[in-house]
Write a protein that binds this ligand. Structure first.
Ligand code: FPP
Length: 278
């Protein structure tokens, strides 16, 4: 297991949990068995992330596009989600975990919503790690929904279109509530982002591993974090530290056009400064 510097753990880790189907197929079993085994990996990973001191963990549990899978597989995933929420309720509440869901959760069947919504409410004031389940989620859809909400405000006369900037859009995107992603992990050997957290992961460090999700272990998470700690995050800038760059951009006269490397720091950068401070 890789050694991790606990003083520099990524604050927000997001995971594309891929490989459940292949795991089951390798055993000659139906895909839903892979998802069931995958839910045990979810439990292990939540525990490991909490122990490491990760502040926010976002898991891609069901994408907007997953509705197109065969109905029995979708149904099996919904039952699994319900079972997971029922079985982990105690652990979530006992460990001060705040549970959230992002995505078009109104599309979820009552069997999931009836356990999800009360647990989100009950855990809302918890101060430990925030666990966000991306459910019926798509990154492009989230941006579109936010853009539509801001456009409606503008049409209603409550918002000057000129005032629409990155932070206005981020304020309308629930996935950004826990800050941008620092480390984005994808298991299962593919190297794609698959419409996950497109805005939030703009400056995330990407980490791909071959482990099929049902086999994902605490050691795999440590490997990803150790690799993250070797990376040099520049946020589109060159050598100067992010803090120096922010000080320079503040001292510039207003109204001058700025190149990408000189623009106002985004929340990613503010987040990185917080990271540097811990
Ligand atoms: C991708 O594997 C995984 C999913 C579409 C669903 C992820 C769900 C879980 C890990 C279990 C339930 C979740 C929770 C939060 C309890 P795939 O089926 O695309 O795998 P493949 O690429 O091998 O076909």
């Amino acid at each position: 297991m890789a050694l991790v510097d606990v003083s520099a753990v990524p604050q927000h880790v997001a995971i594309i949990m891929d490989g459940n189907g292949r795991w089951a197929q390798q055993l000659g079993r139906a895909r839903p068995l892979g998802h069931r085994e995958g839910s045990l990996a979810v439990r292990r990973t939540v525990r490991a992330a909490r122990r490491l001191g990760v502040r926010a963990l976002t898991l891609y549990a069901f994408s907007e596009q997953n509705w197109e899978r065969p109905a029995p597989e979708v149904q099996a995933l919904m039952v699994l989600l319900r079972d997971y929420l029922v079985s982990e309720r105690g652990e979530i509440l006992d460990n001060e975990i705040r549970l959230r869901a992002v995505g078009d959760t109104e599309r979820l069947p009552p069997l999931v919503r009836d356990v999800l919504e009360p647990l989100v409410r009950e855990s809302a004031n918890n101060q430990g790690m925030t666990l966000t389940l991306a459910l019926s989620y798509g990154g492009r859809e989230e941006i579109l929904t936010a853009a539509r909400a801001l456009a409606a405000e503008a049409v209603a006369g409550n918002l000057d279109p000129e005032a629409i900037d990155a932070s206005a859009l981020e304020g309308a995107m629930p996935s950004l509530e826990v800050g941008p992603v620092d480390l984005l992990i994808r298991t299962g050997g593919e190297m794609r982002i698959s419409n996950f957290l497109l805005w939030s992961a703009a400056y995330a460090e990407l980490y791909f591993c071959d482990t099929l999700w049902p086999n994902y272990s605490e050691a795999d998470l440590y490997d990803a974090v150790a690799e993250y700690q070797k990376r040099n995050r520049r946020f589109g800038r060159v050598e100067a530290s992010v803090t120096e760059a922010q000080a320079e951009s503040k001292s510039e006269p207003k109204g001058e056009s700025k190149s990408e490397s000189e623009a106002e720091p985004s929340t990613s950068i503010r987040h990185a400064q917080k990271n540097a401070a811990i």
